[in-house]
Design a binder for this molecule. Structure first.
Ligand code: ADP
Ligand code: GN1
Ligand code: MG
Length: 347
């Protein structure tokens, strides 16, 4: 086993019992491993990427507070992530190889890259809706803004402008069309942030990365069990949580599909998700409800801008497995956004 992992497992007091520890899952940001222990217990071990934040302690402070709060309101232990304490009783360890945490592995679950039925997608809506509803009275001021401006769309557009200007990887000339696509929509991309700044939309505790693959489903019942990937839990807009689920789960193609003719918004899936989300999270204001379609469009355009920025910067943020993957991802998001503009009438 990797020496780094041996040291991590020792810091959590598991070293005597480890049978195996190997890479697990398919996230874009963290390194995830599954450790199997002699007593049958399984543990998810994750290296917290420094690309996320320099404030790993703040990030883990948020996760500890939110998981403890949820556990008081949700008696089924398989429905809330559970952190292990390290030997020094902290919720993570800081080692030369980075910052690491350990979660109880939730048994008999599956994680989907795309919904295989309407019911799968509806289940994910209920999971994210319930997450938001349960955290409705959580004092958001206790959370640290560990990734400031994570979903500040105008700021993401400025980061793109900066990457275009500096062009560090010399790729600008290849993507003139894509750059134009974003800047033509700059005004529209800022509407929700301006409303947030003006106090016209409530700031809530949000997940901020509500893709379908951040929900665990029960393998047998196929009901959504648990929301995972809590790195980005911070104060934010419900519209972005709703929007990111639509961007990922109501799309007809993968994020890096090369054949753009395959990428559309599936309006039926949109309705399915909307229905489940409103049922599980009835506390949305009328203004929030009215703006849900714009939430989906804004987050999709934002994601296109983020992938394009990373392509221009030389693929330094998102993990890529082939050259040009970030550009493929950017193009699918643009195709999807253009289809949302038509189908959701957001022009
Ligand atoms: P990333 O931020 O890199 O996406 P995630 O926290 O989403 O990392 O974890 C990656 C994968 O590990 C998930 O897609 C899921 O399959 C699996 N996973 C994470 N936590 C658990 C857990 N507590 N129980 C079971 N599987 C888990
Ligand atoms: C990243 O780690 P993962 O794959 O769940 C990213 C999201 C993006 C997503 C695009 C912290 O999520 O914001 O929407 O990739 N997470 C972070 O697939 O930047
Ligand atoms: Mg994830």
């Amino acid at each position: 086993m990797d020496e780094r992992l041996t040291e991590v497992l020792r810091s959590f007091g598991f070293e005597e019992q480890v049978i195996s520890c190997s890479p697990y899952g398919s996230g874009h940001i963290n390194e995830t491993y599954l450790a199997e222990l002699a007593d049958g217990k399984k543990v998810i071990v994750q290296r917290i990427s420094e690309r996320l934040t320099k404030d790993a302690a703040g990030l883990m402070h948020n996760i500890s507070l939110v998981t403890s709060y949820l556990r008081e309101r949700e008696p089924d232990p398989r429905r809330v992530m559970e952190l292990y304490e390290a030997k020094d009783q902290k919720p993570f360890v800081s080692l030369a190889s980075g910052n690491w945490r350990a979660y109880a592995y939730i048994e008999d679950t599956i994680c989907l890259q795309a919904p295989e039925s309407d019911e799968d997608f509806r289940q994910s809506a209920i999971a994210f809706g319930r997450f938001s509803e349960l955290l409705g009275d959580f004092p958001a001021g206790q959370l640290i803004d560990t990734i400031p401006d994570f979903h500040n769309t105008p700021m993401r557009v400025r980061q793109l402008a900066d990457a275009v200007e500096k062009d560090p990887a010399g790729r600008k000339d290849k993507v003139e069309k894509e750059i134009r696509f974003i800047f033509e929509r700059e005004e529209r991309m800022g509407i929700l942030q301006r409303m947030r700044d003006a106090g016209e939309l409530p700031v809530r505790v949000t997940h901020n990365d509500t893709k379908l693959d951040n929900v665990l489903f029960d393998r047998k019942t196929r009901k959504a069990l648990c929301v995972i990937d809590l790195d980005t839990v911070m104060p934010g807009l419900s519209l972005y949580d709703f929007g990111d689920s639509i961007r990922f789960g109501a799309a007809t193609a993968r994020e890096d599909e090369k054949d753009l003719s395959k990428m559309e918004l599936d309006l039926h899936k949109y309705e399915v998700y909307l229905d489940g989300y409103l049922e599980a999270c009835p506390g949305l204001t009328p203004k929030e409800m009215e703006l849900l379609p714009l939430g989906a469009l804004t987050i999709t355009l934002e994601q296109a801008a983020r992938f394009l920025t990373d392509y221009l910067n030389g693929d330094v943020y998102y993990r890529t497995v082939y050259p040009g993957q970030n550009l493929d991802r950017c193009r699918t998001q643009m195709k999807l956004a253009a289809d949302m503009e038509r189908k959701l009438r957001c022009t």
